[in-house]
Design a protein around this ligand. Structure first.
Ligand SMILES: C[S@@+](CC[C@H](N)C(=O)[O-])C[C@H]1O[C@@H](n2cnc3c(N)ncnc32)[C@H](O)[C@@H]1O
Length: 440
């Protein structure tokens, strides 16, 4: 459903010595190699033509990156570090599509930069070589200004094309649920915020429900299309677009209603809680109302997993053996329609106000009454008191479908936990015991 950023700038390579031609010479432990091109970096092979090799950190030309030289920089919160067979570490940020290969002690620079640090502070803490690594990490986008440390540009990129909006706009249960919620909530003269406005459909609905002013907050390029939608709907004079991250926007007036559709798999896979909570703190009146205001999370055992869950990763009749992918597939949730008769009795895992506060994590009890091959998850959104938008197997199908998690369980009572994945807050980590599954 979503695509990552492709290519991009910010490639750097660092090694300790220079050869005769002034090009970087690789040491046994290898250089620090960085790239926003995730695919190349993940492959661990940057290819022979590296236009950006250079000398040791102490011989390295002073950084021309003013951000690196003058600022306090911090590591993004969702870095993943893996130890590579060649002795280096691969440092990745999935939410930024950025990665570097580095000597292991680059991890020390990142640890020091858990709080904002200048280059000089890092050099004072770790010695002169750390300065070059600090510059390289900054160039690769893996040390950043504190105010953008929570940013997740890959997600916004995913919302920049029409296809994702088409899927949401043809989802009639979703549209009907939001329309009913807004009609039940908005009073004539209200000021309303649509946090994550996309095409502006909910902002326009809010104006049609009688709002005096609606602020449509949207980060992606779709912000440019919202005025035309509002205008064509006859409410252009009441919808104001603010392009930006709604967690950082401060409006000139407080709103009484905030509507948001920033839900993903099992409601929270896109991690809306911190952003919506901050938008509320900045812009909603004390008696403000959120649409939806409550979320119920459900899970039910599936005696038989859908064939699409693991069956693709098998030895095929043609001779292709895809079983090396099985281990990964067993750790990932699968979004697919599930029939009502494919699930056993459901457990209510959480029934919580939305958005609540960050940092967040939920846990609940899953009862499994017969052996199961997988667990199916879904949620209900309470759009207004008594107005529910359900997304379960027995409900009208939405574009969210259901989420199938490859937990194979014996009968019993289990604690199931969900929280933002530490390596990418726009993914959900779901845990039963020691088995962890990522869902996005
Ligand atoms: C699921 S779409 C919903 C779009 C539209 N409200 C609708 O109902 O069709 C979520 C939208 O919120 C935007 N968004 C998510 N988080 C945001 C943030 N922190 N700041 C600004 N926009 C955000 C995305 O770019 C996307 O367009």
């Amino acid at each position: 459903m979503k695509s990552g950023l492709q290519g991009g700038s910010g490639t750097v390579c660092w090694s300790r010595n220079q050869d005769q031609e002034g090009r970087g010479q690789r040491l046994a432990r290898g250089p620090l190699v960085g790239s926003r091109n995730r695919q190349r970096a993940e492959a661990g092979n940057m290819g022979p033509a590296l236009p950006w090799s250079w000398c040791s950190t102490d011989q390295r030309p002073p950084s021309t990156n003013p951000t690196s030289q003058m600022s306090n920089l911090i590591r993004p919160q969702d870095l993943l570090v893996t130890f590579e067979p060649d002795g280096r570490v691969l440092i990745k940020s999935a939410s930024r599509a950025a990665a570097v290969k580095a000597p292991p002690w680059a991890v020390g620079v990142l640890a020091v930069c858990s709080r904002p640090c200048t280059r000089d502070q890092v050099v004072a803490a770790m010695g002169p070589n750390a300065g070059g690594v600090y510059d390289a990490l900054a160039d690769a986008g893996l040390l950043v200004a504190p105010e953008v440390a929570m940013d997740t540009p890959v997600m916004f990129h995913n919302y920049a094309g029409i296809e994702v909006h088409r899927r949401m706009l043809i989802d009639e249960p979703r549209m009907a649920g939001y329309w009913a919620g807004l009609k039940a909530t908005i009073r004539p003269g209200d000021v309303v915020i649509d946090a994550g406005s996309g095409t502006g459909v909910l902002a326009t609905m809010a104006a049609l429900c009688g709002a005096a002013r609606v602020y449509a907050l949207e980060q992606s390029d779709f912000a440019d299309t919202i005025p035309a939608v509002a205008e064509a709907s006859g409410v252009g004079d009441r919808v104001t677009v603010v392009r930006g991250d709604f967690s950082k926007v401060v409006l000139p007036e407080k709103a009484r209603v905030l509507v948001t559709e920033t839900f993903g798999a099992w409601a929270y896979a896109e991690d809306p809680i911190p952003d919506v909570a901050r938008c509320i703190a900045n812009n909603l009146t004390d008696d403000g109302v959120v649409v939806p205001g409550r979320v119920k999370l459900w899970a039910a055992p599936m005696p038989v997993a859908p064939p699409s869950l693991l069956h693709p990763f098998r030895r095929r009749p043609e001779g292709v053996n895809l079983t090396p992918l099985l281990a990964d597939a067993r750790c990932r949730g699968h979004i697919t329609p599930v029939a009502a008769d494919a699930v056993g009795p459901a457990s209510l895992i959480a029934d919580v106000p939305f958005p609540g506060t960050a940092p967040w994590g939920f846990s609940g009890t899953l009862t499994v009454d017969a052996p199961c091959e997988a667990v199916c998850c879904w949620y209900d959104l309470e759009m207004a008191p008594g107005v529910i938008l359900p997304t379960g197997p027995a409900d009208p199908m939405t574009h969210w479908k259901q989420s199938v998690l490859p937990f194979a369980l014996d009968p019993g009572v289990y604690t199931i936990e969900l929280l933002p994945a530490p390596e990418d807050r726009r993914s959900l980590l779901v845990r039963i015991g020691t088995h962890e599954i990522r869902l996005r």
